[in-house]
Design a protein around this ligand. Sequence first.
Ligand code: 13P
Ligand code: ZN
Ligand code: NA
Length: 281
Amino acid sequence: PLVTSKEMLLKAQKEGYAVGAFNAENMEMVKAIIEAAEELKAPVMIQTTPSTVKYGTVETYAALVAAEAKKASVPVCLHLDHGSSFELAMQAIHAGYTSVMIDGSKFDFEENIALTKKVADVARALDIPCEAELGKVGGKEDDLEAEADTNTDPQEAKEFAERTGVTSLAVAIGTAHGFYAGTPVLDTERVSEIRQMVEVPLVLHGASGLSDDQVRECVKRGMCKVNFATELRDAYSKAVKETFAENENTIDPKAYGKAAIKAVKELVMYRMKVCGCDGKA
Ligand code: 13P
Ligand code: ZN
Ligand code: NA
């Protein structure tokens, strides 16, 4: 069924694993993610960014995920990823999203708090969990390009979480959106430090390109939600290209759609196991 992210993240925090959160662009990706969750009996979060909901609409994705989640035995949450404004967060909730992120990380500390609190207050009244971000995750996610990455300060994270009332917090520890040019250097010690100061579940962004051990280390130290986007798009597109390489006369979208679903499903199952959420539904 379609559920909020509240219980799945608190359960993950309590039991020491992370829920995988996977970005979807279309029906094939939604199906692949839910099939993976079903097969592994894992709770799952499907998320869409502002550019994705501009490609479709929040209503498009809400209807799609609601229809697919209804058939599932595992808990499925639909989350707005990197929500860019109060208005978009409200539109998503109104359309049926069961979790939202408001990303004010490009603003200074006080402005980030003001924007985040505004969204978190309304979300709480509507019983919808709210994620926010403090510190800067590197790379380019959507239209948001972060400058030289600034990792999250544990003391600031504590103050931020308390003053905003968010239910989960994305923190910067050296990851970046997209694939990495070299080997990413993560400040995993910082995850433990933040975990000691902050009560709400912590979120790791930019997980595409991290090694299994890096993800496991972050989860062990307190990350309760891990976001994967680029890897899924890559697997999807490679599968479509392979279909055409095998038969350039393919004309049925279902043919390459099925190949894409299979590739994305396999990747999601693999990443779920790394996060340790398999069997936790
Ligand atoms: P990647 O594209 O690096 O997996 O980052 C995903 C993410 O953080 C989505 O918010
Ligand atoms: Zn992100
Ligand atoms: Na990444």
